[in-house]
Structure formats: structure tokens, C-alpha cells
Write a new protein. Sequence first.
Length: 592
Amino acid sequence: MNYYSDSSEWKYLFQNAIDWDAILPLYGRDSFPTSDGFQGKQDLLAFYEDLLTAIGKWSGEVLSMRAGELDQVGGGKLVDEEVHISDPLQKTYKEAVEMDFHGMTMNSRYGGMGAPVSVGLIAFVQICRACISTSGQLAFFGNIADMIERFCDREIQDQWISRIRKGEISGSMCLTEPDSGSDVGALRTTAEKQADGTYLLNGSKCFITNGGGGLAFILARVRGAPSGLDGISLFIAQEWIELSGKSGEITKRHNYRVSKIEEKMGMHGSITCEVVYENTVANLVGRENEGFKLMLYLMNEARISVGLQGLGGIEACLSAVRRYAESRKQFGDLLVELPLYKRNLLAWETEQDAIRVLMVDTISYFDIFQKLDMKKRYSCDLNRQESQLFAKASRVVRRRTPLVKYYGSEAYASISQKAVQAFGGYGYMQEYSVERFHRDSFGSLLYEGTSQIQALMVMKDFIKGMMKNPAEFIKLLAADHPFVVLITGSCFDRSVANLSFEFRKNVAILIMRCFNLSQINCMFKREYWKKSNRFEKLMVHAETFCQAMAYLEVLKILAQHATRNASRGELFYCYKKLVTPRLAGIYADWRV
């Protein structure tokens, strides 16, 4: 099975749902000389589709077949405080290098293909569908290389990026500590500057994916720095330091050490480590006390990737359910023909297809953001059109990041549970893969910020926007009124306008309930919003607020697609039918 070429939906979205006209010029492809083998845009897209077809085949025919073995033996073992990669994962690493998978989106300066981020992320979904654990391990090659290129000096880039592409080394993102968890500002790892400009780190981190990969971005606080997030700095360190002996032989010693590999409920093939720093020699990335801003960049990229992991997991679940339902009979009929079973499966597939559209649209904006962010950091020279494009992409990525992380991971956990039930008793047996899919789904709910952290981010951003300009919220409420859209909008636009108007109306009611209604006029004064205790009642509803925002965001994108292509209207109406009762339930909860 080929996870890309066998999917008409993925092929359609690749051609029609990504803004290639905006993206390709950013990669220097606004003209395609014949000497490069490309006659134009379609030739280049065909080449990228060939890449995706190759990854889709590898994922569908190799990685998916290896996933069960990897789950059984794990990703690696700790021997003398060194991670030894297991045989199945070693095979995957070797194949990835042979395919130049790590170099797909890497800068050509380091031997990479220079393909757009959109191509790399769609390929990532195919791997997620095959094996969530594998996707997590492979991600820490390309992501670390991108961070090095984006934030580190040229010397460090030249030292490591080519080695990452060749699979010689990978890395990790080290934030979480035993006593800080989601409260990153409470971290205790310290950094002390040395005379040669390096720093010595002391502390520990837990739940670190791929902690034994060889390189690490580490958050720590320089002695004397402010408390909280404002005093955090970012460092890069290598796991091993090479030493020259008296007779010229090269030995190595730990610069930091992996003290434990966690035994987890799921994602057994992903190596989750506890890491200890004892006078670890590290280099500062950027400037002191600006580390969290830099790490937030990678965190946001990782959160989008987690949403894509959820989509890949959903696709794995539902393809397994459909195959099973089309082959097994009960009560004289195939399961897929039994009315309740059929209805449930169609509902799950509708949500899958809608989430896929959300993810692809987000990938498109994220690609633009990534490329222009890199250009801005290096040249600080965006023309007027690029500046406008960057501003729009930044807004969309900021709004979407917690939504796609929340919705993708929550839907994966929910649908994987349904998949187990759809198999009946067989779903509970290790003979079938759906029990592994469900166990693996819990990881995405927790890492890179729990679902609840994402929900709080969504609500806080929304409220922050209201605080800046309460009158604008009232203006938008009027703009969303169905009568306004009735004049110019399509039938899909009108449907979305109705739902958006209901949402904003109910948000206004919720705010009035949570705040003192007798002082409603004060809400137009910025001082009214400064007392944090006014938000406590509102934050109770953060998770349902996030759900409503996610449903509406999907509907807006589906409406845009259906307006351009009427054949996409069926998915819009099916998804609207699915989420309208959910929205009604959310609004009812807000009124209790």
C-alpha cells in the first residue's frame, strides 16, 4: 500500500489546497530554467509528488510492517549511560539516510534537496500513519537541523548540519524538568559563564524524546538572571566530548548523560529519557535571557507536528476499521452495511477528512512563515509584498498552532478508542494494531503542552485581542451577522456566517455572565481588564471554547474550498451536520 498515491484526497489537496503560487517563489523557483530539468510549476510539483510517492511507499510497505516489532522491542536500551538503538529502529535510520529523507527540506548548502516545508510535513503524516514512534524519532533530525540553521552561528551550522543529513547524529529539545512540567519558568537548571565564552550547565531534565541523539537544545537560567520566563537562556551542547590521549588516540567522555529510559504506556519505539547535566559545556544560542522566545519557535513547530501525528494516527485507525468492516460479517451482513456501524464510520471519516483539510491549510501558511522568517533573520530585507505575506502567515500560524495541536491529538485519542470498539473483542487483542494505535494516542495529548495548555492559549489570545480593542469585537459581531453576508456571500459563506454569529453572540453572553453585568460599560475601558481575578470564571470554559474555535476554523476553510470547487460542498455539509450539535452543547454549557 502507498499512503500517498493510493489516496485521491491527499493528491487533490496537494494540488489544490496549498498556496504554491506564494510558496514556490520563496524557494527561488519563480522561474524554472530548463538546465534544472524543470519547465515550470507543474514539473516541479510533479517532482515533489514523486518524493511523496516514495515516502508513501516506504511508510505503507515497510515502516507500517515494522511498527509492531518496534513496539515489542522498543526504540533502544541504556548501556553504561549510553543509548543503544534497537535493530528495527536502526533499520529505519539506515533506510532514511539511503532515501536522503533528512535532506528533503534541508538547504542545498548542506547537500539537501531544498524542498518546501509543505512537502516535508505531508511526508511526515505518511510516516505518522505507519508508526507514531518512528515519526517522533525521525523528526529530531530535520527539526534540530532547522534550529541550528535558524539560530546558531555559521561555525556550528557547518559542524553539525551535514552530519545530521547523513544520519550520523540527531538531537533533542530539553525543556521539561521534574518539578516544572508545563510551568517552564520554574526550571532549576543553571548556567555559569566561563572565561572562554562557553557555559557550564548543571541540573536535569525529564521526558526528553531522543535524549541520547547526540545534540541538545537546553533551557537553563544563567546565575543572577531574572526569575520566570524572562530569565531563561537557550544553549546547545553535544552529548560526547572527544579527548586526545598522550599517544594520539581519540577517546570520548560524556558531556551530559542519559540516566534513564522511561517505560511508557505507548510509543514504545520512541526513546524518552531522563538527562543529567554536571558541568556540561554548552554554547549560548542567541543572547542571554531570550531563550524561551527562541525555544518557543521550535515548540510551535513541534505542536503543529503533533497535530499532524494525530491526523496520521486517525488515518491508520480508520483504514484498519474500514478494511475490517468490509470483510467481517455479523447478523448475515458485512459490518460496514449495518446501519449504526455505517453511520458511525462515516462520521469518523468525515471528521478525519475535515481535520486533514485544516492541517493542509495550516501547513501552507506555516511554510510561508518559515521561509520568510528565515529570510528576515538573515537579511532583514523583506519587500512590501513579502512583509504583508509574512504578517498574514504569522497571524494565522499563531492562531492555528494551539488549535491543530489540540484538535488533532484529542480527535486521535477519541477515534482510536472508537476503532478498538469497532473491532469488538479483537480490538483488545495485540493481534490487531488498533490497540497499539490507542495506546500511542495518549502521548500526543501530553507532550509539547497538554491539551489544556493549548486551550488556555487559545482563550487567552482571544481575550487579549478583546482587551486591546473591545469595540472591534462588537464590530465583528455585527460583521458576522447573516444579513450582512446574505448580500454578497455564497451559500457556504452564509452558513459559516450564521455559525460565527452564534459563536460570537454566545461568547458575549459568557463574558457578561463571568463578569459583573452591572459594570458592562466598563468593559470598554482597558483598566477594567487588568485585574486577573476577573478571568478565573472565564478560564473554566477554556477547553470548550477551544473546541468551538477549532470547529469554526475548519468550517471556514471548508467553505473556501467549496466556494472554489462545488464538489467539495458535500464534505462541508457533512462536517457542519457533525459539529452543529456539538456547538449547541457547548453554548448550553456556557449558560449553566
